[in-house]
Design a protein around this ligand. Structure first.
Ligand SMILES: Cc1ncc(COP(=O)(O)O)c(C=O)c1O
Length: 510
């Protein structure tokens, strides 16, 4: 049985005592002093602190104990299964971390002369080429910091394209299926488009007749995830692409679900014109809790001139940053993207190669269908849309019958799963599935771990029938029990820094 550690651990600012140190630095040697002079004097007077910063003063063992205790109250992808649908929480190979930690990268500065950063420019240039090859695009820009940021860039590129053709004022509609991630309509709206929702058919795919009825001379484009968020491959993608292109629109590929089709089929070959790639999902870089990430965007040849500057170019001898792009939409992010994250993706692709990436896709699909098969028929769960259709990377069950009969909802199942030492799947997404449990096991968990998850879900569904109140109050075995989620995530209740905490405390106890 899983029991998470529960420490009564104070924040680091209240630990330690004045004068405690982790390291005692040696006095500066006379010979060094002679050469360097007074170190303090090197900092201009107006930039010197008047008082030392109020930092916690702790010994090294205290610091280590503190962070180990906090980590013991946490759960991560290295702890066990993390089947967070649509997030592709896969194992992050440690070699990526080790190489990305290299001072050769860490000591670089983005303002350095490009002649002194040829190595990292070469890596980024090669990564762009590989991602272009994997997605079937002509060029890739590495700048966006996340998938949603990539979507926003994609929508801006659509604007630039239609503007260039003199059609922007007419092409205001962005078509988006009702199964899409919320960031799709948000990005389209931020770029100034009207969102037109396309319904999903019984088979779990875009309703082609509804799409035909929605396209017009007002269509700017269609944003689509394939496989979609139900884990189903859009079998009519050729026809969908034809419909949108014939109406003068562009096809945008939301790459959050690229994992199960890696090196099997390419969005570019399906007819997509613009693609974003969630590097942090597909290419084994750590994410969760909002970052860090990267959402490179790939485009077909006719859109390449609109990509953000600078572009990394290679003249056969040297890599250069090219800002001379008159049609570019400008910059989308500072410098050249989230380089440490991109480097991890580079290592991931390099170490797996084409065959390895293909196997990633195959095993991720196998694992999702294994879980689906094992959970099919569990009392209280149904598999809406395309009941008989095999899934790709994820499967979405509905706990609606269980909730109706016992009061135990998808949220309650998710909470109780924590007691079994597995991370909960994504819940309540996609919005078209009531009481959704969206399960994406990924390729990096073996059969025994998948069986552990399946067994836990089965037990919970059976518990719901016999003693629902137990499930309704879960979790019991975690460091923190059930939170009021609305209060916990309300900005007014958040304390983002120690200084903020002190201010709040002073305000409540003047
Ligand atoms: C289908 C889909 N599209 C887009 C996104 C947005 O990606 P990001 O979280 O990197 O901004 C997500 C995130 O989970 C997603 O699941």
């Amino acid at each position: 049985m899983f029991r998470q550690s529960s420490w009564d651990e104070p924040v680091i600012f209240t630990l330690g005592r004045p004068g405690r140190r982790g390291h005692i630095l040696p006095e500066v040697e006379e010979t060094v002093k002679e050469v360097v002079g007074d170190l303090g004097g090197l900092i201009p007077e107006n930039m010197r602190r008047k008082n030392p910063p109020k930092l916690p003063e702790l010994s090294e063992p205290e610091v280590v104990r503190h962070f180990i205790r906090l980590s013991e109250m946490n759960y991560g992808v290295d702890s066990g299964l993390y089947p967070l649908g649509s997030c592709t929480m896969k194992y992050n190979p440690k070699i990526n971390e080790e190489l990305a930690d290299s001072p050769k990268l860490g000591m670089l500065h983005p303002y350095q002369d490009e002649r002194t950063v040829q190595g990292v420019l070469e890596i980024l240039y090669r990564l762009e080429r590989w991602l272009a090859e994997i997605t079937g695009m002509a060029e890739v820009c590495l700048q966006p910091a996340a998938g949603a940021h990539g979507e926003f860039l994609g929508a801006l590129l659509m604007r630039a394209y239609h503007n260039h053709n003199g059609e922007l004022s007419q092409r205001r509609d962005m078509l988006i299926p009702d199964s899409a991630h919320g960031t799709n309509p948000a990005s389209a709206a931020m770029a100034g488009f009207n969102v037109v929702v396309i319904p999903t058919g019984e088979d779990g795919c875009v309703d082609v007749e509804a799409l035909k009825a929605a396209v017009s001379e007002k269509t700017a484009g269609l944003m689509l995830t394939n496989p979609n968020t139900l884990g189903i491959f859009e079998k009519n993608i050729d026809e969908i692409a034809k419909i949108v292109h014939e109406a003068g629109g562009l096809l945008y590929y939301d790459g959050a679900n690229l994992n199960p089709i890696l090196c099997k089929v390419r969005p570019g070959d399906m007819g997509f014109d613009i693609v974003h790639i969630n590097i942090h999902k597909t290419f084994g870089t750590p994410h969760g809790g909002g970052g860090p990430g990267a959402g490179p965007v790939g485009v077909k040849e006719e859109l390449a001139k609109f990509l953000p500057v600078p572009r990394i170019v290679f003249d056969g001898k040297r890599y250069r940053l090219d800002y001379e792009r008159p049609h570019s939409i400008g910059k989308i992010r500072s410098f050249y993207g989230n380089v440490a994250v991109l480097l991890k993706a580079y290592i991931y692709i390099l170490s797996l190669g084409f065959e390895g990436l293909r196997e990633v896709a195959e095993v991720s699909v196998l694992n999702a269908n294994y879980v689906l098969h094992k959970l099919r028929g569990v009392e209280g769960l149904t598999l809406p849309y395309g009941e008989k259709t095999p899934r790709k990377h994820e499967c979405v069950f509905s706990a609606k019958p269980l909730k109706t009969k016992t009061g135990v909802s998808a949220l309650n199942i998710a909470k109780r799963l924590l007691d079994y030492g597995v991370h909960a799947p994504t819940i309540y997404f996609p919005l078209i599935v009531e009481e959704a449990l969206m399960i994406e096991p990924t390729e990096t968990f073996e059969k025994e771990e998948l069986d552990r998850f399946v067994e836990a879900v089965r037990k919970i569904c059976s518990e719901a029938q016999t003693s629902p109140e137990k499930v309704l109050k879960a979790p019991y075995n975690t460091a923190v029990q059930r939170l009021n989620e609305v209060k916990a995530s309300h900005p007014q209740n958040m304390t983002l820094s120690w200084r903020m905490h002190l201010k709040k405390r002073a305000a409540t106890n003047p």
